[in-house]
Design a protein around this ligand. Structure first.
Ligand code: HEM
Length: 241
């Protein structure tokens, strides 16, 4: 794609490369749209100061919304697995930690606060922060599903002890996933450097230039990405930075 920016004589060419399928993008937004009401209605049931809202007709309403949104939240990844099993497994693999993640997380404050990404170790299709978000959400999804179904259908069947454990784990999953969600939301919507990630989740593509800079292991392959990274480090050491 070639674009002509106002005030610049030469046109710039952007090469787009595919990152997410249509199902992944629609699934991502529907998951978000079900997570938000789940978190809100869950908090009504969780926080003691919101207890008045959890009683009577209002309580019934919030419980109904929670269950309806839970069905969407629970079923979406299953639909994804049924229709795109290879992509599903590929993405889970890409969320797994790798050696470079520690170095990336160490450099993350300078990266996000001051835009310094030159010294960051090369990343795959997801960077270490995105992986952390993905893993927390996957683990939380499993915990929500098991404990939620137990709370939903297990009354009178499961022992009170098991029921208490289910509520506790469900609450902990909420705390972890809501914290992660807030960081994710801020980076995606408000952080000036992260606009490209939002573009790829809207349109399914990312620019080759952005991928080469921020996801070098994916763009160049691990071997070439490490060579470029090592060469950059040597260059920086030589010039005294
Ligand atoms: C598969 C997904 C989920 C299922 C099946 C599910 C199901 C349930 C059920 C049946 C209850 C009990 C409601 C009642 O008192 O009648 C509950 C409570 C709750 N849910 Fe979920 N839920 C799911 C996802 C979520 C998510 C994503 C969050 C928050 C981000 C959440 C937060 C809560 C909280 C905080 C409570 C109150 C627990 C307590 O009493 O301390 N749930 N959920």
């Amino acid at each position: 794609m070639t674009v002509q920016l106002r005030g610049r004589a030469e046109a710039i060419t952007i090469q787009w490369i595919p990152k997410y399928t249509l199902l992944e993008r629609v699934g991502h937004w529907l998951h978000t749209a079900s997570f938000v009401p789940l978190a809100i209605t869950g908090m009504v049931l969780y926080f003691p100061f919101l207890q008045p809202l959890a009683q009577g007709a209002a309580g019934e309403f919030f419980r109904l919304v929670h269950r309806a949104a839970a069905v969407i939240f629970g079923v979406l990844p299953v639909i994804y697995f049924i229709f795109q099993p290879r992509r599903f497994i590929m993405n889970i693999r890409e969320f797994l930690p790798s050696k470079e993640d520690i170095g990336w997380l160490r450099g993350a404050p300078a990266y996000y606060l001051f835009g310094r990404h030159e010294a960051m170790p090369p990343q795959g299709r997801f960077n270490a922060g995105e992986k952390l978000n993905g893993l927390v959400m996957i683990i939380a999804w499993v915990i929500f599903g098991i404990t939620g179904l137990l709370m939903w259908f297990g009354k009178g069947i499961a022992s009170p002890e098991l029921f208490r454990w289910a509520v506790l784990l469900h609450d902990l999953a909420m705390i972890a996933s809501v914290c992660m969600f807030l960081v994710h939301l801020y980076l995606a919507v408000a952080h000036p450097l992260m606009w490209a990630a939002l573009v790829s989740m809207r349109f399914g593509v990312t620019s080759a230039e952005y991928a080469a800079e921020h996801h070098a292991k994916w763009y160049y392959g691990p071997k070439r990405a490490m060579e470029i990274y090592e060469a950059r480090k040597r260059e920086a050491a030589r010039s005294g930075h």
